[in-house]
Design a protein around this ligand. Structure first.
Ligand code: GLU
Length: 487
């Protein structure tokens, strides 16, 4: 059997560090076993998926150095690799299940479902579909569909018995079928839900092992049921542990930067990030932390993956990164620097911002140091962020709210474009709405983002720093303000 594995990111946001983590383990497993590693884009959520996000994911994964053998950009024998281009396949498959009686059309209106949910909540009973259309006469169901009545297709889950998931690391996990909803497989618009598209594609793409994050364990009963309903053999499942913040909660942008772009901008080398992510679930041997991707592949044994709760510790990442940097030859280090912030294109972005404040060429670095530093040390800067008459708490709260707004999801119309005018207009309106003087807000933001009170135009600075670095600094500033003793 040729090993075929995949990652299947949904292009609904920033390129997530968790995607690179799962990709790394799939990649190592495929390479070790002479198999293929596939990238599939799961963009069936039409309201949240964006082409920009897909592009960012591909770019970021390439930066991390995890190249795929088949994917939307390079094609392959099982394409297309973008689910939005495979819609007809899911429709056909859903229809096939209806014919077999394994799925059924459901004509319930959204009003009825809302009423049902309300009643279930009030009765504090089990939530989920009540099976209203489950036993409709098939001829009647076909007639209603023919007449144009809108419907979804639902999976007919057994009402009793249990479903057994055999996870390679976690052993047997049992689920009571009665607790699993009759999942919608195909929506009224003819688009599939994640569950149907995921299973159909894993099958059609010949996926042998599904190595994915632990958070998908709860979807497994539906997936296993689908394999059974189609009469297909399910792949082997391996659920990787979630990356955690220090407090053991699931990694989140509120506590750790999660975008791969941040790590690139903060001067992390991709090989160090890969090594660090590998340590989140595997080790090459006792007392050895540093290893290359090739070494990982050569020594990789999926059965030695640990499912403990890996803590995404930035301090450790920085230490490892330092080791990698020190090992580069001078020439290689210069190449990295040129690629990072010293390329002609990067310097050309800075020149118009810094030139007005320069007396000598030296001032380029002196006046623009914050373009090159990663994180900022906020000790001693609190007074520069807090305007007269405002408290540290108030300032922390307003900056927090400000950064939340900059975090709006990609598809959200409220997402502020990271461009000078848009940032300016947004910031002014935001200050006004909150009853803050523009000057007060701008100086808090300026110090938070640059560590300085005088800088080139604030919004051009933010644009050049990029959304990720700007957000991270704002969040760090909020944390610094919150940690001040209340006066
Ligand atoms: N589209 C899912 C995601 O965004 C894929 C989960 C899976 O690997 O099955 O992660």
């Amino acid at each position: 059997m040729t090993v075929r594995v995949r990652i299947a990111p949904s292009p609904t946001g920033d390129p997530h560090v968790g995607t690179a983590y799962i990709a790394l383990f799939n990649y190592a497993f495929a390479r070790k076993n002479g198999g293929q590693f596939i990238l599939r884009i799961e963009d069936t959520d039409r309201t949240r998926s964006t082409p920009e996000s897909e592009e960012a994911i591909l770019r970021a994964l390439k930066w991390v150095g995890l190249e795929w053998d088949e994917g939307p950009d390079i094609g392959g024998p099982c394409g297309p690799y973008r689910q939005s281009e495979r819609a007809h396949l899911y429709r056909e498959h859903a229809e096939r299940l209806v014919e077999k009686g394994e799925a059924y059309r459901c004509f319930c209106t959204s009003e009825r479902l809302a009423e049902l949910r309300k009643a279930q909540l009030a009765a504090k009973g089990q939530l989920g579909y009540d099976g209203h259309c489950r036993d409709l006469d098939p001829a009647e169901s076909a007639r209603r569909a023919q007449s144009g009545e809108p419907f979804v297709i639902r999976l007919r889950m057994p009402r009793e018995g249990e479903c057994l998931l055999r996870d390679r690391h976690r052993g047997e996990i049992r689920f009571q079928n009665a607790g699993v909803d009759d999942q919608v497989l195909l929506k009224t618009d003819g688009y599939p839900t994640y569950h149907l598209a995921n299973v159909v594609d894993d099958h059609l793409m010949g996926i042998t092992h599904v190595i994915r994050a632990e958070e998908w364990i709860s979807s497994s009963p539906k997936h296993l049921r689908l394999y059974e309903a189609f009469g297909w053999q399910a792949p082997e499942f391996i659920h990787m542990p979630l990356l955690r913040n220090r407090d053991k909660t699931k990694i989140s942008k509120r506590k750790n930067p999660v975008s791969l772009d941040y790590y690139r901008d903060a001067g992390i080398l991709p090989e160090a990030l890969r090594n660090f992510l590998a340590l989140m679930g595997w080790s090459i041997g006792p007392d050895r932390e540093k290893f290359t991707l090739a070494e990982m592949v050569a020594a990789f044994d999926i059965d030695r993956v640990s499912i403990g709760e890996p803590v995404f510790d930035l301090v450790k990442l920085m230490d490892l990164n330092g080791q990698y940097i020190r090992e580069l030859s001078d020439e290689a280090l210069v190449d990295r620097l040129l690629d990072w912030r010293f390329s002609r294109a990067a310097l050309e972005q800075l020149a118009p911002l810094l030139r007005e404040r320069m007396k000598t060429l030296c001032d380029f670095m002196v006046r623009g140091d914050f373009f090159f530093t990663g994180d900022i040390d906020y000790r001693g800067l609190a007074q520069d962020m807090i305007s007269k008459g405002r408290s540290a708490r108030e300032t922390a709260a307003i900056l927090q709210e400000y950064v939340e707004k900059l975090d709006e999801p990609w598809r959200d119309a409220r997402r502020v474009p990271f461009e000078d005018e848009a940032l300016d207009a947004f910031s002014r309106a935001f200050a006004e709405e909150r009853g803050w003087k523009i000057k007060e807000l701008f100086s808090a933001v300026r110090t938070a983002v640059t560590g300085k009170v005088a800088t080139p135009p604030l919004f051009s600075t933010m644009r050049v720093l990029g959304r990720e670095m700007t957000r991270k600094r704002l969040r760090d500033a909020v944390a610094a303000l919150k940690s001040l003793p209340v006066s």
